[in-house]
Design a protein around this ligand. Structure first.
Ligand code: BG6
Ligand code: GLC
Length: 967
C-alpha cells in the first residue's frame, strides 16, 4: 500500500490525486463540489460504476469515508478515463511480457511489441566530421538539414535547415509521390545553399515502423498516424528514397542511414559523458527505444554490447491486452481512424487522438444530456473539430476556463460555465491518462533494463520528446511521478529533448557517417577481393589458354598448367573385382585402406594415421619409412600380413607419370617439403622403404593423383563422371581429354585422364592482376613462395590465413576490434579455414562468432563479429567463384574437344573445404552455370575418399587389360 499525499506529486490542482490507502489515481469529481482547485470529496465514487460501459470498479479501493450515492454520467466518464495505480501495475506487467516476447525469436513475431533492431550500437563519440544531409519526414512537413561536423567533440556543429510544408494529399497518395516530394525538398534545399557537388551522405528520419536489416535497409511494416501511401508497405524505404533522389539527378547524395525518430531523440540527449539510453516520443504517435542487452536480441544475432531497439510500442494492445482499459470513446476514435483495430496503445497516448477522445466523450455525454443541455451539438459529429492543441489549452490552470469558453463558443456550442468546467476536466483526464500510460510503458522498459543488466538499481537518462511532453507540464509531472511509483527500483532522469536545431538528426547521421567512413575503408580493402563476372570470364579464358599451352608439346614449358598424363584411359565399367591395399597421402589425413571390390558392392576398411609436420618436412627416407610403418601396422591389425595384395597409391602431389606405377615427383605442394624426393619415382621410394623394413609383400601396381582417385571412385557409381575435383587442403582437377588433343603424348585413340595440377595456375604471373596485397603476404610467408598461386586463392590451407591478413589490415585501419589486435592473431595459421565454415553457417548467432574470436583473445563487438563474418564470406566466395571459372574452362574445353553443342558431365568432388563449407559448393555451382551455360554439370560428392578410386585403378591394372599400362 502506498502512502502518498497529492502534494508530493504537485498534483493538487489537477484531475489526479493519490488516495490514502489505495493510491488510486482518480479525477476530481465535478458537480457536488463547487470549490474547484482543492482535492474533492470522493463520496460519490464507490457506488458508481468504474467503467462507463457498466463494468464494476474492480481494483478501485476506497476508504469508508468515500462511500456515497451513485455518480453522474460525467463522473463515470472521468472515472473510466482514470486508471488506478493497481490497474497500471497490471498493465505494466503486460507490457513487460510483450516486451520480452518481442525480444525473443522463439515467440515467432507474435508479440505486439515488435522490438525492432535499429543497428545503432554506438552513440556519438565526438570524432564525427564532415558534411551531412538529413531529411526528416514529419506529420505535415519535411525538414531538410545540412550539418557540418568538425570532429571537435561535436561542440560546434554548423547547421542550416529548411522546413517544407507537405501538400495535404501526400500522406494518402502514392508512395512515389511521397518520395518524389521528399527528394524535391532535398533538391530545392541544395539549390538554395549553392549546389554543393561533393558526395553527401544523407540520414533519413522516418518515424514509422520498419523492419531493419541494416542501417540502410529498412522495410516499412505498416503505415500509421494517418499515412497510407500506396506501394510502400513491404518495400525498402531507403531504396525508394534513393531512387527518387536519383530521379532528381542528385547522384552525389547517398542515403546511408534510416532512423526512427525515437533514435534521433536518444542521440540528441546523449553526450559522451552522460549517455542517454532510452528515448520516449509522445507526439502525434508514441514510441520508445532503448539500449538493449545484445545477448538478449535473438532476432538480431547480436553478440556483445548493446543495440538500440525500437520497441514500436504503439501496437501494444492490438491483441486485446488493453481491452479492459478502453472506454467507449476510445472505441469510437479507433473505428474512425485510418487503421481500426491497430495501434491501440498509440491511440490512448498520441496527440493525434487525444482531441478526438475528448470530442467523443463530450459528444456521448451531451447525448446523455449531461453536457450542453438543450444545445445543438451536431458540430461535434465532425472529425477533428477539437484538436489536441485546444485540449492542452483548455487544461491550463491560469486561463484554461477562458480558453474552453472561446473554443467551445467557436464551435457554436454556447457553453455554460459548468460545461466549460466539465470539458476542462475531461481534457485533463484524457491527457493525464495519456501521461499515466506513457509512464506505465516506460516503467516496464526501465524494469526490464534493470533486470536484464542484473542491477539492484538502475540509474538512467531518458530523452523525452514530442509536443505533448513539451506543451503540458502536467504531462511531465504525471509521467515522472507514475514512473517513480511503478518502477521504484529505477531512477530515471527525464531529459527534455527540444530538437529544434535538428541536432539529434545530425548526430544520428554523423554516427552513420562515421560508420560510412568505416564502411568505405572496409569496402576499399575488400574491393580487390570482389571479382566481377568479367574478372571471372578473364580467369576462365586464361585457364583455357594455359590448358591449351600445357597440352602442346612445344609450348608446355610456357604454361603454368602441367596437364600431366595419368595413364588412366577409362573410367570404371563395373567389371572391376578383387581385394586391394590402398594408400591415400596428401590430404588432411593419411589413410591406409583395404578395399574389396565385389560384384555388387565395394567394402572398405581404413585407418587414419598422422604424419607429423617434422616428418612432412624432414627427409624423404624418414617420410617413406613412416608410411611403411603405418602400412605394416594396418596389415597387422587387419590380419593381412601374410597376403600380397596389389596396392593402389593415391599420392596427391604433382608427378610426371612414366607409367601407371611410375611417378616422378615434380615438386612438393601443400605442407610437404621432405628432402630427396623431388625428381624421384615415389613408387620406387616406397619399395625401397619396404626393403628397409624387410617387408617383401608389397606390390604397388598403380599410383594416382587424388583427383584421379576421386573421379574413379565417383565414376564407379556414375559413368558420366569424367572429371575429378579436389577442394581441400589443396585444389586440383583432372578430366578425360581426347588423346588427339594431348600433344605431349603419342597416340590419337580414345581418351586419357589429364591431371591438370591447376593449383599451379598463375605461377607464370598470368594471374598477378588478381592477387591482392593479402594474397601476396600469404604467398610470401608460405613454404613455397611464388608457387601454387591459384591454390593459394582457393584452398583450405590458405583461406584462413588470407582472412587473418585482412583482419590485421582492418585493425590497422581502426575499423575492427577498436584498432586493437591480440598477440594470438599475430600467429601464422592461427585463423583456421574451418572457422570460415563455422562463422558462415546460416543462422549461427553472432555470439558464437564472438566465441571463436575470444579464443583468439579478441574482444569482438556486434559490429566486429558481423565484419569478420563478411570478410570470411568475401574470401570464400572469391575462392568458389575462381574455382567455378577454372571448372568452366575445363567443361567448355571438353565440350569443344568432343565437338558437342551441349555437354552433360559429372564432376566427382572431394575435399574438406568443399564438403564442410556451408556455401562453397552452391556458390561454385551457381557461377559455373553462368560461365558455362552450354554444359550441364552435376557434382557428385565422393564419400569414401580417393583410396577407393586408387583400388579401382589397381583392379584395372591387375586385369592386365589396360593398353597403356606398362605392366
Ligand atoms: C580425401 C581424399 O577424401 O580428400 C584424398 O581421400 C584427398 O585423397 C582429400 O587428398 C582432399 O581433401 P583434404 O581436405 O583432406 O585435403
Ligand atoms: C595440390 C597437389 C595436387 C593435389 C591437390 C589436392 O595441388 O599438387 O596434386 O591434387 O593438392 O589435394
Amino acid at each position: 500500500m502506498w502512502e502518498l499525499h497529492p502534494s508530493a506529486l504537485g498534483l493538487n490542482d489537477g484531475p489526479f490525486a493519490i488516495v490514502g490507502h489505495s493510491c488510486a489515481l482518480y479525477p476530481r469529481l465535478p458537480g457536488r463540489d463547487s470549490d474547484r482547485g482543492t482535492p474533492q470529496s470522493l463520496s460519490a465514487v464507490d457506488t458508481c460504476s468504474w467503467d462507463a460501459e457498466g463494468r464494476p470498479p474492480g481494483s478501485l479501493q476506497l476508504g469508508a469515508q468515500d462511500r456515497g450515492p451513485s455518480c453522474t454520467p460525467v463522473q463515470r466518464a472521468l472515472l473510466a478515463l482514470t486508471p488506478t495505480l493497481e490497474k497500471l501495475q497490471e498493465v505494466k506487467g503486460r507490457v513487460l511480457e510483450a516486451l520480452e516476447q518481442g525480444l525473443s525469436q522463439r515467440s515467432g513475431g507474435r508479440s505486439t511489441m515488435r522490438m525492432l533492431p535499429t543497428f545503432i550500437c554506438s552513440t556519438p563519440d565526438g570524432t564525427e566530421s564532415g558534411d551531412v544531409l538529413v531529411a526528416e519526414l514529419c506529420q505535415s512537413h519535411v525538414r531538410v538539414l545540412w550539418v557540418t561536423l568538425t570532429g571537435d567533440g561535436n561542440q560546434s556543429p554548423q547547421l542550416m535547415y529548411h522546413v517544407f510544408e507537405m501538400p495535404e494529399d501526400i500522406p494518402q497518395g502514392s508512395g512515389e509521390a511521397l518520395f518524389d516530394f521528399i527528394a524535391q525538398c532535398v533538391k530545392s534545399f541544395l539549390e538554395e545553399i549553392g549546389n554543393p557537388q561533393h558526395r553527401l551522405p544523407l540520414g533519413f528520419i522516418f518515424p514509422f515502423s520498419c523492419r531493419q536489416t541494416g542501417l540502410d535497409k529498412a522495410e516499412l511494416i505498416s503505415w500509421s498516424k494517418g499515412f497510407r501511401c500506396t506501394d510502400v508497405e513491404g518495400k525498402d524505404v531507403v531504396q525508394l528514397l534513393q531512387a527518387a533522389i536519383s530521379k532528381q539527378e542528385l547522384c552525389h547524395v547517398d542515403v546511408v542511414a534510416l532512423l526512427n525518430d525515437t533514435v534521433g531523440t536518444m542521440m540528441t540527449c546523449s553526450t559522451r559523458e552522460k549517455p542517454c539510453e532510452i528515448a520516449l516520443v509522445v507526439d502525434s504517435g508514441t514510441n520508445c527505444c532503448f539500449m538493449a542487452e545484445s545477448h538478449l536480441l535473438e532476432m538480431a544475432e547480436v553478440t556483445s554490447g548493446r543495440m538500440c531497439i525500437n520497441s514500436e510500442w504503439g501496437c501494444l494492445g492490438d491483441d486485446g491486452a488493453l481491452d479492459d482499459m478502453l472506454t467507449p470513446y476510445d472505441h469510437r476514435v479507433d473505428q474512425e481512424s485510418s487503421n481500426p483495430g491497430e495501434r491501440r496503445f498509440e491511440k490512448l497516448v498520441g496527440s493525434l487522438y487525444l482531441g478526438e477522445i475528448v470530442r467523443h466523450a463530450i459528444l456521448m455525454l451531451a447525448s446523455e444530456q449531461a453536457l450542453f443541455i438543450g444545445k445543438n451539438i451536431s458540430i461535434l459529429a465532425t472529425k477533428a473539430v477539437l484538436t489536441t492543441q485546444q485540449v492542452l489549452e483548455i487544461m491550463d490552470n491560469e486561463d484554461g476556463m477562458a480558453k474552453a469558453q472561446g473554443i467551445l463558443e467557436a464551435l457554436g456550442l454556447q457553453p455554460s460555465e459548468r460545461d466549460c468546467c466539465r470539458v476542462q476536466q475531461l481534457c485533463r483526464a484524457v491527457v493525464s491518462r495519456a501521461a499515466a500510460f506513457s509512464a506505465t510503458g516506460l516503467a516496464a522498459v526501465l524494469s526490464h533494463m534493470c533486470r536484464s543488466r542484473q542491477l539492484e538499481r538502475l540509474v538512467v537518462n531518458v530523452g523525452v520528446d514530442g509536443g505533448l511532453y513539451h506543451t503540458s507540464t502536467r504531462f511531465g509531472e504525471i509521467l515522472r511521478s507514475v514512473v517513480g511509483l511503478l518502477a521504484p527500483e529505477c531512477a530515471a532522469n527525464l531529459m527534455p529533448s527540444a530538437d529544434v536545431s535538428g541536432l539529434g538528426a545530425a548526430m544520428v547521421t554523423a554516427v552513420a557517417l562515421r560508420m560510412v567512413a568505416q564502411r568505405n575503408k572496409v569496402e576499399r580493402l575488400l574491393a580487390p577481393l570482389r571479382l566481377s563476372r568479367a574478372d571471372l570470364q578473364r580467369v576462365q579464358a586464361l585457364m583455357r589458354q594455359e590448358m591449351e599451352r600445357g597440352l602442346d608439346r612445344e609450348r608446355n614449358a610456357e604454361s603454368s598448367l602441367r596437364m600431366l598424363p595419368t595413364y588412366v584411359c577409362h573410367t570404371p565399367d563395373g567389371t572391376e573385382r578383387g581385394k586391394f591395399l590402398a594408400l591415400d597421402l596428401g590430404g588432411t589425413n593419411f589413410r591406409v585402406l583395404v578395399v574389396h571390390v565385389a560384384e555388387d558392392n565395394i567394402d572398405i576398411i581404413n585407418e587414419i594415421y598422422v604424419i607429423p609436420t617434422a616428418i612432412m618436412q624432414g627427409t624423404g627416407e624418414a617420410l617413406f619409412n613412416h608410411i611403411m610403418e603405418c602400412i605394416m601396422d594396418f596389415q597387422m591389425k587387419q590380419g593381412l600380413m601374410g597376403e600380397v595384395l596389389p596396392l593402389g597409391f593415391t599420392f596427391s602431389f604433382p608427378c610426371q607419370q612414366l607409367g601407371l606405377d611410375k611417378a616422378v615427383l615434380l615438386n612438393w605442394t601443400k605442407g610437404f617439403s621432405a628432402s630427396g624426393c623431388v625428381g624421384q619415382d615415389v613408387v620406387q621410394m616406397l619399395r625401397e622403404a619396404a626393403q628397409r623394413k624387410q617387408h617383401m609383400a608389397l606390390k604397388v601396381v598403380a599410383v594416382v593423383n587424388d583427383t584421379v582417385g576421386t573421379m574413379m571412385a565417383c565414376g564407379y557409381h556414375d559413368p558420366k563422371c569424367e572429371i575429378g575435383l579436389i577442394v581441400g587442403t589443396g585444389t586440383n582437377t583432372c578430366y578425360m581429354e581426347e588423346r588427339a588433343k594431348v600433344g605431349t603424348m603419342d597416340g590419337d585413340e580414345g581418351r586419357m585422364c589429364i591431371n591438370m595440377e591447376w593449383g599451379a595456375f598463375g605461377d607464370n604471373g598470368c594471374l598477378d592482376d588478381f592477387f591482392t596485397s593479402f594474397d601476396r603476404l600469404v604467398d610470401e610467408k608460405s613454404i613455397n613462395a611464388g608457387k601454387q598461386k591459384f591454390e593459394k586463392l582457393i584452398s583450405g590451407m590458405y583461406l584462413g590465413e588470407i582472412v587473418r591478413q585482412i583482419l590485421l589490415a582492418l585493425v590497422e585501419e581502426q575499423v575492427l576490434f577498436c584498432g586493437k589486435s591480440s598477440h594470438k592473431l599475430q600467429n601464422k595459421d592461427i585463423f583456421q579455414t574451418k572457422f570460415l565454415s563455422t562463422i558462415e553457417t546460416p543462422g549461427l548467432a553472432l555470439v558464437q562468432v564472438q566465441g571463436i574470436l575470444s579464443n583468439l583473445e579478441l574482444d569482438a563487438s556486434y559490429e566486429d563479429s558481423a565484419l569478420v563474418r563478411e570478410v570470411c564470406q568475401t574470401v570464400s566466395l572469391r575462392a568458389a567463384h575462381l574455382c567455378a571459372a577454372g571448372m568452366a574452362a575445363v567443361v567448355e574445353k571438353m565440350r569443344e574437344s568432343r565437338g558437342l553443342e551441349q555437354l552433360t558431365v559429372t564432376v566427382g568432388v572431394d575435399g574438406t573445404l568443399y564438403k564442410m563449407h556451408p556455401h562453397f559448393s552452391q556458390n561454385l555451382q551457381q557461377m559455373l552455370q553462368e560461365l558455362a551455360p552450354r554444359c550441364n554439370v552435376t557434382f557428385l560428392q565422393s564419400e569414401d575418399g580417393s583410396g577407393k578410386g586408387a583400388a579401382l585403378v589397381a583392379a584395372v591394372a591387375c586385369r592386365g587389360d589396360d593398353p597403356s599400362s606398362p605392366q
